[in-house]
Design a protein around this ligand. Structure first.
Ligand code: ARG
Length: 459
């Protein structure tokens, strides 16, 4: 084990098992640059508040900046025997500047330090995820724009239901992803609080200036209560919850694409570059990337549960349990970033099977609601219209006939209001054109929505 930040009161060494069991360096090493940047702000503040000399503050800052340079040049190799990244940065600084390094931890504890590091890490991650979300939305939008005229059979209960524009379906993804962006940006406000200065949990008797540190690090505000500052991990739960909801949306998108790419649907072709084959069945082209997107929800929701359960019933202030918030957080963040990146690429390359889709639009089941609405427009009550069309559907199914092949006198036997223009209803274009209600699937409405999103996302 490398040099510890404590131990003087220990009459004997800790067991090597304890060292290995308690170490977090294997995962918190990724917080190194945040730890150093936070330390620079802290050292400068100590100097400016005359808690240490200006000269010492300058030496600390220089040494820490040299460590940042090492990270940049990939020359910063972490000693895996260290207890955690905070201890290791301290040790690495000692090697750069000598015993003045011992002054860095003045008026600071790893308890407020780790809270700071994770907040800084999460601010960056939220911004990256939000940016990736924007790129995914843009690539879906482009796909919608390029296929603006395509009508698909829409489904409820996975049973063929009514015609919609493909673009309308795709715009539903854009809407849900936009709420994910809003949620993350909202959570960001509660991440954006500077905890340093809480120290172990009660603050400090030394004349620190938390506001200086806040300004140097670019946080919006300082945390208000030192105990809460080291206890609070709800900012992590909130981000994980937002990522979990996002992952549910992405799993739905993945599932739609998986279904659409089956031979049974044959709505789309997923590019070979995003499929894999089978070791036994030579004919297979499987949508494994999409399946893994769908499957990753388990891992991401597991991360949320993990941190929720970790915190449940934990007493106030810092407890070492809190160390275990990081592996699930990092895993969920890495996972969602990977998903967003590859999902964007998939939408760039997916191909629409226009002819196969058009062939499905012959199915008269798609127009039953249009016939009901036709009857309503002719003065029939909703209930009666539903019954009329229900009988028509049943009789035609029984006799193996098409409703549209019936003569007007035959139709009039079901309802006297049927006229020849009723037959116009058996058409996908007519069907979508009719849905002019706000938020509906008429081309005019969909084009408006498309233009609105293009303007918004390209702003
Ligand atoms: N590795 C610890 C964590 O991630 C750092 C804080 C340790 N604090 C302590 N008092 N032992 O939470």
């Amino acid at each position: 084990m490398a040099k510890k930040l404590w131990g003087t009161r220990f009459p004997k060494k800790t067991s090597t098992l304890t060292d290995a069991f308690t170490s977090s360096i294997a995962f918190d090493k990724r917080l190194a640059s945040y730890d150093i940047i936070g330390s620079i702000a802290h050292a400068k503040m100590l100097g400016e508040c005359a808690i240490i000399s200006k000269k010492d503050a300058a030496s600390l800052t220089q040494g820490l900046q040299a460590l940042l340079k090492d990270i940049e040049k990939k020359k910063f190799s972490v000693d895996m025997r260290a207890e955690d990244i905070h201890s290791y940065v301290q040790e690495a600084l000692f090697k750069k500047v000598g015993s003045v390094a011992d002054k860095l931890h003045t008026a600071r504890s790893r308890n407020d330090q780790v809270a700071l590091d994770v907040r800084m890490y999460l601010l960056d991650q939220i911004d990256e995820i939000v940016e990736s979300l924007g790129l995914l939305q843009k690539s879906i939008l482009k796909f919608a724009r390029n296929n603006i005229e395509v009508i698909i059979p829409g489904y409820t209960h996975l049973q063929m239901a009514q015609c919609v524009l493909l673009a309308h379906h795709l715009l539903s993804y854009i809407e849900s992803l936009a709420r994910d962006t809003q949620r993350l940006n909202d959570a960001r406000k509660r991440v954006d609080l500077m905890p340093l200065g809480a120290c172990a949990f009660s603050g400090t008797g030394l004349p620190i200036d938390r506001e200086k540190v806040r300004r140097a690090l670019g946080f919006s505000a300082v945390t208000e209560n030192s105990i809460d500052s080291v206890s609070d991990r709800d900012f992590i739960i909130e981000v994980l919850a937002d990522i979990s909801i996002l992952s549910v949306h992405l799993s739905r998108i993945a599932e739609d694409l998986i279904l659409w790419s089956t031979r049974e649907f044959n709505f789309i072709d997923i590019d070979y570059s995003f499929c894999t084959g089978s070791s036994i069945m030579p004919h297979k082209k499987n949508p494994d990337v999409l399946e893994l997107i769908r499957g990753s929800v388990g891992k991401i929701h597991g991360a949320l549960s993990s941190v929720l359960i970790l915190l449940k019933g934990l007493p106030s202030s810092y407890n070492r349990d809190l160390q275990l918030d990081k592996p699930p957080l990092f895993e969920a963040v890495d996972s969602i970033k990977g998903i967003l990146e590859i999902a964007t690429q998939i939408f760039e390359s997916v191909v629409i099977e226009k002819q196969a889709i058009a062939a499905r639009l012959d199915d008269e089941a798609l127009f039953s609601v249009d016939i009901v609405e036709y009857l309503i427009e002719k003065g029939v009550s909703y209930r009666q219209a539903h019954d009329v069309v229900g009988r028509l559907v049943r009789d035609c199914l029984d006799k193996g006939k098409k409703i549209s092949a019936l003569s007007i006198p035959e139709l009039k036997r079901y309802s006297p209001v049927f006229e020849v223009e009723a037959l116009k209803m058996f058409n996908a274009q007519v069907s979508v054109n009719r849905k002019k209600s706000y938020g509906g699937t008429s081309p005019q409405r969909v084009r408006q929505q498309l233009a609105r999103w293009e303007k918004k996302l390209n702003a």
